[in-house]
Design a protein around this ligand. Structure first.
Ligand code: MG
Length: 346
């Protein structure tokens, strides 16, 4: 019998995190544990309010999940099809179940999740570190603090794009990823911006234009001198089916994809279509970050830094050392002694 438990928790962030559409200094999350046969798997839903889920909606959804019709922890695809069919939306909460199931199945099979997914292992991989929107002085000091990272991701899409770039480039020459978070509304201006960004050593641009502006995005993709990556436009597998018309790559986040089961399918379909794959995150504990790491062999760009600026991360797992995520080859998603962390949560 599967037994699902959950605990609510609030992640506190070291700095106020600003993007073109809002700011936050804490993030509500829901942590899950699924027991079967004396073993426990752990999962997480991270729910920045902007995306519509809350601890209340997560608890409400989980109360509807009844896994009593299943008796094999390896049947994750079947279980997630059932979970997905309960109600639309709730993608972060579905991910919290998917990740706990993967952690559980990996532990029972005594395999790290990448092996469970049939993927090769990656010993270590560099992640970018995100610098949120802020005053130039603060951006300069955050950029200095991030000197161990080989790539930085900077937020744009506001009226201060020039100042942001100036501040970052006054400190470092590392390659940059730019995320406009839908902030550019005029496609000609967006294209001009991208030409300028190319000169500034930018590798790609994430979600330059609003989700609704399909025609403009297709035009921008055809004309852009840099790869364009879809994030807000690419939530789930169905969105990858026509992604090549609008983007050169997709940003997969487990809280959007409903976890590893569908996240893997998204990455595989993207690869088949010749699209680049980026792995992204929200503000998260080491649980979601560790889970996402198992898809690293399919990724061209890694942006898994969501646990770095959390001041009360309860978990240890795949750790980031000198700007790189380091594989620990622990069975499941790679959490280290999650039992003691779980028992300390109220
Ligand atoms: Mg983004």
């Amino acid at each position: 019998m599967f037994k699902i438990s959950y605990k609510t928790y609030t992640l506190n962030l070291k700095h106020v995190f600003r993007i073109s559409r809002g700011s936050r200094s804490s993030t509500p999350i829901l942590l899950t544990a699924i027991e079967f046969d004396g073993e426990t798997g752990y999962g997480e839903a991270s729910m920045p309010p902007l995306y519509g889920e809350s601890q209340e909606s997560a608890i409400d959804f989980i109360s509807k999940v009844d896994l009593s019709g299943f008796n094999n922890p390896a049947d994750i695809d079947e279980m997630m099809q059932y979970v997905d069919g309960i109600e639309v939306g709730n993608t972060a909460t579905k991910a919290a179940i998917d990740i706990a199931l993967h952690d559980l199945a990996g532990k029972l099979a005594e395999k790290p999740c990448y092996q469970l997914l049939g993927l090769p292992g990656v010993e270590h991989i560099a992640t970018s570190k995100t610098i949120g929107l802020d005053k130039p002085g603060i951006i300069r000091s955050r950029t200095k603090d991030a000197s161990e990272y080989q790539f930085l991701k900077i937020k744009m899409g506001s009226t201060t794009d020039l100042e942001v770039m100036e501040a970052v480039r006054s400190v470092t020459n590392v390659p940059l990823y730019v995320d406009a978070n839908q902030g550019w509304n005029d496609r000609t201006q967006a294209l001009e911006n991208i030409h300028w960004l190319k000169e500034e050593g930018v590798v790609f641009v994430e979600q330059p234009m609003p989700v609704a502006e399909l025609e403009d995005m297709a035009w921008l993709k055809d004309n852009s001198p840099l790869p364009i990556v879809g994030d807000e436009s690419i939530q789930r597998l169905v969105d990858v089916e026509h992604a090549e018309n609008f983007f050169h790559g997709i940003n997969i986040k487990l809280v959007k994809s409903t976890g590893l089961n569908e996240g893997l399918k998204m990455a595989q379909l993207a690869k088949k279509k010749g699209l680049k794959v980026m792995l992204g995150c929200m503000s998260e504990t080491s649980c979601l970050i560790s889970a996402a790491f198992h898809l690293a062999s399919l990724a061209d760009w890694i942006d898994l830094d969501g646990n770095i600026d959390v001041t009360n991360n309860p978990y240890h797992g795949i750790e980031t050392i000198a700007g790189k995520l380091i594989n620990n080859n622990i069975a499941g998603i790679g959490l280290i002694d999650p039992e003691s962390a779980w028992s300390k949560l109220s």
